[in-house]
Design a protein around this ligand. Sequence first.
Ligand code: ATP
Length: 296
Amino acid sequence: LLLAYDPARRLAKLQVQMERAVVNARMIYALLDTQPMQRDKPGARDLSVTDAEIAFDDVTFSYGNGQPVVRGISFVAEGGKTTALVGPSGAGKSTIINLIPRFYDPSGGRILIDGQDISDVTKASLRHHIAYVSQQPYLFEGTIRDNIRYGRPDATDAEVEEAAKLAYAHDFILAQPSGYETPVGENGVTLSGGQRQRLSIARALVRNAPILLLDEATSALDNESEAAVQKALETAMSGRTVVVIAHRLSTVVNADKIVVMHEGRLVEEGSHETLAQRKDGLYARLNNLQLPEPTS
Ligand code: ATP
């Protein structure tokens, strides 16, 4: 009995672990669509987006009771433009990104979108206007089509395929055994890093949100994938308000605005040309030391 029981128990445990893994991954990639845990303020209105301009106004934040990791940050991410966050590890870049969809709320200051304090609007309407592409694209159990549609569950097949085309994913999808119906995830086909990234970009594109939050991948892909991912990202970024944690020099150089962070503070802000000239500035130093182009 013991022998029979043990593997079954182990299997059950494994099942629980796998489910948890899926839930976590879905939370990361689709947190934007999960039902917000905290209630909206009484009388909260839906966010109304015109330019999709994001303004941080003296924002401070600490995780729990810890030290503030974002300290009095103010900057504007202009509508339709790209703002790149740069700075050493631990500077607070991911935290800034997390505050925009209200995964956390500031402990001081305000974040405004088109003049509306995001703490006054419904979370569902806020997140509806935001798409997110993370460093490590996760694919969950299901078909390629399901994985893209996750960006917007009511997207039609045609819209899913259009997004895949824009993300330079359509051709490799058609080359899979069952095209868009090919299963991916643990029991499905194995896709390359670049292909997974393009699916994740397609997922953001099908959402068609005016705000794109992007955590740029640090790991280099092979040249061909790199070029395809880059083109897909350019498509996704075009015409949107983008806030990107930038790791590639080209992204930083091409950004409309660079926000340099250090230990939770904004230390410099401006275009690449302006910041690179300040030889004693943190940006000029980072630019030399920490932002090499991927070599492969
Ligand atoms: P990296 O480039 O390494 O991702 P970052 O600039 O994005 O760094 P954050 O991830 O925003 O920096 O982290 C800022 C600080 O907040 C760090 O000291 C980090 O340890 C801390 N921190 C981040 N997430 C949490 C969390 N969930 N709970 C507690 N502390 C956290």
